[in-house]
Design a protein around this ligand. Structure first.
Ligand SMILES: NC(=O)c1ccc[n+]([C@@H]2O[C@H](COP(=O)([O-])OP(=O)(O)OC[C@H]3O[C@@H](n4cnc5c(N)ncnc54)[C@H](O)[C@@H]3O)[C@@H](O)[C@H]2O)c1
Length: 356
C-alpha cells in the first residue's frame, strides 16, 4: 500500500476564487495548509468554513514583502486575475508578480520547498497560433492596459526558470486558461459571472464584438485537480504546462446556454470590442494529458449549472459563505496579521461591464 505523507503546504492567494478551492482539496487530501492573503480581491468568507480545521491556518500578508515560514510546498497564486482588478492598481499588479515571486522563490530556496507558479494563458497575448502549445512564445503588447498582468506573469515565469537554473530549486509552472465556478467574484467583469448575473436579473446580456470570438472555459474542480497533479509530478517536469478546457465556445453560444439554464428572459445586446481583447484563446493540453494523465472532465453545461446555483444563492443571500456559521473566537484566532493588507478593491470600484 502506498504510504501517505502529510505535507505542509502554503497557498498564496488562498482566500481567492481558485486558492480557496485549492486549500479545500489539499485539506481533504490530509495535508496541513497555510493560506497567505492580503484580501486584495479575496475574502475571508471564501474560507470561513475552513477556519475551524486544526490543519488550516490563515495569514494576512502581502507577498510583495518577505515572509519566513517552514513548508514543503508553495502554490503561488497571489495576484488579482481579472482586468478590472489588475488594472485598478497596475503597479501593484506588476509588483505582486515580480517582487511577490522573488519573495516566494527566495523562501523556497532557503527551505528547500517545491514551488508552483499560477501563470496564465495571457502570456500568449493575442495569439497567432491556435490552439496555443507551450512552445508558442506569444504576441504580447508590452505597453498596453493589460501589460501589467501579461508581462508581469511573463517575468514571473522568467524568475521561476532563473531560480531553477541558478539555484536548482524545484519548480512547476502552470499556464491556466479561463476557469469558472462557485466563488468567482460577482463584479469582476469576467464573462461567465457577468452573463449569469445579467440572466438571473433578467437584464440585457452584453456581448462584445459580434459574439463570434471564442473562449474555452475550465470548471474549477478540474483545474485544481490539474494543479495538484502538476505539483506532485516528477521533479524533472517543470512545465510550463497548459491547464484548461480545449472545448471552444463562442460568446453568443455561451450567452444562449446561460439564458437557457437560468430560464432567463434577458435579450442579448452587442457592444464594441475592448482594446487588446484576444479573438481566440484555446489551450493545447497534450502535454498535460501525456505527463499528468489530466484532462478536464466537467462538461460546460454541468459546470454552468453548478455556478448558476452559487450565484442564485448569492443574490438571495443564501450563498454557502453567507450561510457559514460565524467563527468562534478560537477559529478567528487562526488569523494572524503580519502587515496591514490593501483595502479590498470591491469597495472602491464602480460596477463594471463584462470583459471576455
Ligand atoms: N481564474 C482564472 O481563470 C485564472 C486564469 C489564469 C490564471 N489565473 C491565476 O490564478 C491565480 C488565482 O486567480 P483567481 O481567479 O483565484 O483570482 P482571485 O483574485 O480570486 O485570487 C487572487 C488572490 O490573491 C490575493 N492577493 C492579491 N495580491 C496579493 C498580495 N500582494 N499578497 C497576498 N495576496 C494577494 C487576493 O486577495 C486573492 O485572494 C492568479 O495568480 C491568477 O493570475 C487565474
Amino acid at each position: 500500500m502506498e504510504h501517505f505523507i502529510q505535507k505542509r503546504v502554503i497557498v498564496t492567494g488562498g482566500a481567492g476564487f481558485l486558492g480557496s478551492h485549492l486549500c479545500e482539496q489539499l485539506l481533504a487530501a490530509g495535508h496541513e495548509v497555510t493560506a497567505i492573503d492580503n484580501f486584495y480581491t479575496g475574502t475571508k468568507r471564501n474560507i470561513l468554513h475552513l477556519l475551524g480545521n486544526p490543519y488550516f491556518e490563515l495569514i494576512r500578508h502581502d507577498t510583495t514583502f518577505p515572509i519566513y515560514l517552514e513548508t514543503d510546498q508553495i502554490y503561488n497564486l497571489a495576484c488579482p486575475a481579472s482586468p478590472v482588478h489588475y488594472q485598478n492598481d497596475p503597479v501593484q499588479t506588476t509588483k505582486v508578480n515580480v517582487h511577490g515571486s522573488i519573495n516566494m522563490l527566495g523562501l523556497a530556496k532557503r527551505i528547500g520547498a517545491r514551488i508552483l507558479q499560477a501563470s496564465t494563458s495571457e502570456v500568449y497575448g493575442n495569439p497567432a497560433v491556435h490552439p496555443q502549445p507551450e512552445h508558442y512564445l506569444g504576441c504580447v503588447n508590452p505597453v498596453g492596459l493589460r501589460s501589467c498582468y501579461d508581462e508581469g506573469k511573463r517575468c514571473a515565469e522568467t524568475l521561476f526558470f532563473d531560480y531553477y537554473r541558478q539555484h536548482q530549486i524545484s519548480i512547476k509552472v502552470a499556464r491556466i486558461f479561463n476557469t469558472y465556478g462557485p466563488r468567482m467574484h460577482p463584479n469582476d467583469g469576467r464573462v461567465v459571472s457577468n452573463f449569469i448575473l445579467q440572466a438571473l436579473r433578467n437584464e440585457p446580456i452584453t456581448v462584445y464584438g459580434d459574439g463570434t470570438q471564442t473562449r474555452s472555459f475550465c470548471y474549477v474542480d478540474d483545474l485544481i485537480d490539474g494543479l495538484i497533479r502538476l505539483m506532485e509530478s516528477p521533479q524533472e517536469l517543470t512545465g510550463p504546462i497548459n491547464l484548461g478546457n480545449p472545448g471552444e465556445v463562442t460568446m453568443l453560444e455561451l450567452a444562449e446556454a446561460v439564458c437557457e439554464l437560468t430560464g432567463s428572459r434577458s435579450p442579448i445586446c452587442l457592444k464594441p470590442l475592448p482594446a487588446d481583447d484576444p479573438e481566440r484563446r484555446e489551450p493545447d493540453i497534450r502535454l498535460a494529458q501525456q505527463h499528468l494523465g489530466w484532462s478536464p472532465r466537467v462538461p460546460l453545461r454541468e459546470g454552468l449549472t453548478r455556478t448558476i446555483a452559487y450565484f442564485e444563492q448569492l443574490l438571495t443571500g443564501r450563498a454557502p459563505e453567507a450561510e457559514a456559521r460565524a467563527p468562534t473566537t478560537a477559529q478567528a484566532s487562526n488569523t494572524v496579521t503580519l502587515r496591514p493588507g490593501t483595502a479590498p478593491v470591491e469597495a472602491t470600484l464602480p460596477k463594471v461591464e463584462a470583459r471576455h
